[in-house]
Each structure stands twice: as structure tokens, then as C-alpha cells.
Design a protein around this ligand. Structure first.
Ligand code: HEM
Length: 476
């Protein structure tokens, strides 16, 4: 019998410890959207695992147990699904793609995306990735020469959007060199709006739109226009190629593969579904990777010795080059990835994963009816000394050795990419982006945080992002 199967009931959800709330409102008033993840973590420390809080009248169970998280994440998509409100809201955004799709439709989409983001595909695409990193370097060089403070999260989002588009759709919007292209800003509005609507006590936007909602609608209309035009160009290119060779060529990227699948007679797939996946990929690859790199800069930009060490290692691998243009050499840049991994251990990009069972389950002696909301907290296990020695210390070296030399090192407690069949398919791409950007930055620039580190705090907008990451760059 596995860890999440049905056994003898001991407790009901209502029996679990709970923070004191108010009638009808539940605990909503104690959960300011931007910092609610911190409150959930504080309650976990006070109440243990599991506990229950209430969004209005809806109970949400909160779990903080690594083995349980792995067991639940493994049993998807058949026994658990993502938190249902995510799918409902993403449908309204025209973004119900691989991240939120459930049931039988998930697997064929997953296969396509896995292929597009596979290591061989990333390897073949690597020269384009390095060229985009070189554009980012030129942008930073211009800022350094002008003595301009760089908004790092903004620039990194430009980088990640250009990379994802070029890799997955064969078109590079070049937001790094074109200030008038706003797609990265429009896309960046989606996750914060998803967060606020998923946690809203009722769907107010169905009745009244505030200025923020109207601005968001306009941004989404622009994004969908952009995607439809991209799809039309791709389809025209595929037809042209087929006319020249008199047969359909093998798809060169994810978008071509999705269009080929959709255009196969009887596929049952619609253009809306293809567009939803284009949007999903753009959003899933933008803030996540940009934020992981940005959090690492908080530590690099305030620790001269660490930065000098990373710079020396990057220079050793890059030689005289400005960016690492060789895929094999890139694999030596472990330290550059480790500074990002370690930053997201302390400042998790995904503070929790939210799910619900599709059937009644009994977990750790608690009966959860189908549809019970479950939040799996990520950070407590990453700050547990049983899992990571001296857990509050920022120490990228702990990721460089199989056996951490100074004590505990439990990589299973690091769930920043999720786990099981729905583990993040973009994790290899993200790692390559981290290595390229951190090596390029440290080899070419001295970077200093241009604000007091104590003023930088976490904002939970579906992913947890730094409130700001301004840096001053000086050419080496
Ligand atoms: C550091 C960067 C990233 C982080 C921290 C991250 C994190 C995550 C997490 C936590 C999940 C949920 C996993 C689960 O439910 O077990 C996920 C899923 C996903 N990620 Fe990422 N991600 C990152 C980068 C990317 C990139 C670069 C892409 C694509 C360009 C991407 C595409 C996706 C997609 C499509 C899914 C849904 C997979 C499914 O449900 O089958 N991610 N990611």
C-alpha cells in the first residue's frame, strides 16, 4: 500500500489545529496577498504539520513533510490535480496549457514540451542562447559606461523571454535591444493577477473591473494578438517549406510541433489550445528563471570575496571570451548554477505547491475528501538542520559535493522544480540560463547592490520575487 492510499481514518480536516479566524472571513484578513506565504510558514512553525486555515469558508490544509510531498507529487495526474482555482482562472486568461491542464489531455502535451526542452534540443540551440547572453552583456556594458543603475529583474526578464521564444517558437522578439517591445512587461502581469484572483474570496471581476483589472485585460489582449500573429507566421513558414519539399518537414521547435499536431485531421486540438500553451511557456519560463538569478545577485552583490571567487572560476572556463559560447565548457560552470540554487533555498521561487486529491485519500491519519485544498510548504524543510547543515548560512558550496563535507545535505528537500511526473520540464533550460548569465556577469563586471539589502523583501506573486534588485556595474 502506498503512502497516500486509503487506510483507517483518524482525524477529519476540521480536527486539525488552526489559527484563530473570524466567522465567514476565516483567516483571509490575516493573509495580505504579497506576504501570505510568510504567514503560512509562521503558522506551520506554531501549529505543526498538518494544520488548516480558511480562505473565507473554504478550508485549506497545509503540509510540511518532505516524504509526504514526494508521495503526493508522484501520484499525478491520476490521484491528485493542481489546485482547481488555478485552472479556472488560467482558462479565463486563455492560458490553460501544460501547467494547468488535467486528465488525459495532459500527457500528449507533456510529451511535446519535454521534447522541445530536452537536453539534445537545448544543446543544438546553445549558440542562439549564447548570442542572447551576449546581447544582455552589451546592454549591461552600456549601463556600466553610462554609470546607470540596472534594474536586474527587469533585464533578466527580457533575457528569459527572448530565450524561451527563440527556443520554443523559433522567433526572438529581441526585447533586450528593443525598448518598444513590451511583451515581457505584459507577460509579467499574469502571475501576480493569477495569484490575486486565485485567492480572491469571490470572482469580483465578473461584476466590476478596477483600473488594475482593465490594464491587465488590455495587456492580455496585446499578448494574445502577438501570439496569433506568431502562429500565423509559423504556419505560413511551414506551408512554404512543405510546398518546396513537397512533404511536411520535421518540426523544428515546440510551436511547429503543436501546429503540426493541431493540423492533423481529427486531432481534436484547437488554435486556442495551441495559443494557451505558447502563453504558458512564455509565462512559466519568464519570472521563474529571472527571479532565481536575481536572488543570487543579492548574495553576489554584497559579498566581494564570493564574487571574486565566482569571477575567477567563470574566467577560467570562458578564457578570453565575453560569454561562454561552448556547450561543453558551460557544463563546467557548476558554481554559477550553485549560487542560484542556494539563493532559492533561502528565498524559494515557489514557496508552496498547491494541489487537491481527485478522490478521497487518507494522509498521515487525516481523511481528505476529494477536492480538499492542500498547500505543500517548501521552505521549512530547506531550513531544517536535519536536511541542510547550518541551514541559514548562504553556502553555494553545499551543492558542489555529493556528500556535503560539513554535515547534512538532503537534495530531496529542495523542491523548487517540483517532483514526480509533473516536475518542471524547463529545469535544464533554467540551469543553462543561470550558468550563462552568472558567468557572463561575473567575468565581465564587478556588480554591487545599489540599495540596502535589508530593504529587499519577498513579494509573493504566485512565484516569490524580490521587491527590487538594483545594481551598479563596473567593467572589469
Ligand atoms: C528557475 C526556474 C524555474 C523554476 C523555479 C520552476 C518551477 C516550477 C515548478 C515548481 C513547477 C511545478 C512542478 C510540479 O508540479 O511538480 C513547474 C512546472 C512547469 N514549468 Fe517550471 N520552473 C522554472 C523554469 C521553467 C522554464 C524555463 C520553463 C519553460 C520555458 C518552465 C516550464 C514549466 C512548465 C510548462 C510546467 C508545467 C509542467 C506540468 O505540469 O507538466 N519552467 N516549474
Amino acid at each position: 500500500m502506498n503512502a497516500t492510499s486509503v487506510g483507517a481514518p483518524l482525524r477529519e480536516v476540521d480536527d486539525l489545529p488552526s489559527p484563530r479566524g473570524l466567522p465567514l472571513v476565516g483567516n483571509l484578513h490575516q493573509l495580505p496577498p504579497a506576504t501570505h506565504h510568510l504567514t503560512l510558514e509562521r503558522w506551520a512553525a506554531e501549529l505543526g504539520t498538518p494544520y488548516v486555515f480558511r480562505f473565507g469558508t473554504t478550508p485549506v490544509t497545509v503540509w510540511n513533510d518532505i516524504e509526504l510531498s514526494h508521495a503526493v507529487l508522484r501520484e499525478r495526474p491520476h490521484r491528485y490535480r493542481r489546485y482547481a482555482p488555478i485552472e479556472n482562472i488560467l482558462k479565463e486568461f486563455g492560458c490553460n496549457g501544460l501547467f494547468s491542464i488535467e486528465g488525459a489531455a495532459w500527457e500528449p502535451q507533456r510529451r511535446l514540451v519535454m521534447q522541445a526542452l530536452s537536453i539534445p534540443h537545448i544543446k543544438a540551440f546553445y549558440p542562439t542562447l549564447a548570442a542572447i547572453a551576449e546581447r544582455l552583456r552589451r546592454r549591461w556594458e552600456a549601463a556600466a559606461r553610462a554609470g546607470r543603475v540596472v534594474d536586474m529583474t527587469g533585464d533578466l526578464k527580457r533575457f528569459t523571454v527572448d530565450v524561451t521564444s527563440a527556443l520554443a517558437f523559433g522567433e526572438d522578439p529581441n526585447t533586450l535591444e528593443n525598448e518598444r517591445v513590451l511583451i515581457q512587461e505584459q507577460l509579467a502581469m499574469l502571475l501576480p493577477m493569477l495569484m490575486s484572483r486565485v485567492n480572491a474570496p469571490f470572482a469580483y471581476w465578473h461584476y466590476v473591473k478596477f483600473p488594475r483589472d482593465r490594464k491587465f485585460d488590455e495587456a492580455m489582449s496585446a499578448v494574445h494578438r502577438y501570439i496569433r500573429e506568431l502562429m500565423a507566421r509559423t504556419r505560413a513558414r511551414m506551408r512554404e517549406q512543405a510546398a518546396q519539399t513537397r512533404e511536411s518537414a520535421a518540426p523544428q521547435n515546440l510551436l511547429e510541433a503543436m501546429i503540426a499536431m493541431r493540423d492533423t485531421p481529427g486531432s481534436g486540438i484547437t488554435d486556442d489550445e495551441v495559443a494557451a500553451n505558447v502563453l504558458t511557456m512564455l509565462v512559466a519560463g519568464e519570472d521563474t528563471t529571472a527571479t532565481s538569478i536575481a536572488w543570487a545577485l543579492l548574495f553576489l552583490g554584497t559579498d566581494d570575496a564570493l564574487q571574486a571567487r565566482v569571477a575567477a572560476d567563470s574566467r577560467r572556463v570562458l578564457g578570453d571570451a565575453a560569454v561562454c559560447s561552448d556547450y561543453t565548457a558551460m557544463r563546467e560552470l557548476d558554481l554559477c548554477e550553485a549560487v542560484c540554487t542556494e539563493a532559492s533555498r533561502l528565498h524559494p521561487i515557489a514557496p508552496y505547491l498547491s494541489l487537491e486529491p481527485l478522490e478521497e485519500v487518507r494522509l498521515q491519519g487525516v481523511r481528505l475528501p476529494a477536492g480538499t485544498k492542500m498547500f505543500l510548504l517548501n521552505r521549512p524543510a530547506m531550513l531544517d538542520p536535519h536536511n541542510f547543515a547550518d541551514p541559514r548560512r548562504y553556502d553555494p558550496d553545499r551543492w558542489l559535493h555529493d556528500q556535503y563535507r560539513e554535515g547534512a545535505h538532503e537534495p530531496r528537500a529542495y523542491l523548487q522544480f517540483g517532483a514526480g511526473p509533473r516536475v518542471c520540464p524547463g529545469r535544464h533550460l533554467a540551469a543553462v540560463e543561470m550558468r550563462l548569465v552568472v558567468s557572463m556577469l561575473t567575468a565581465n563586471f564587478i556588480a554591487q547592490l545599489a540599495t540596502n539589502p535589508a530593504d529587499i523583501h519577498e513579494i509573493c506573486a504566485f512565484v516569490s520575487v524580490p521587491s527590487e534588485m538594483p545594481m551598479r556595474l563596473v567593467l572589469r
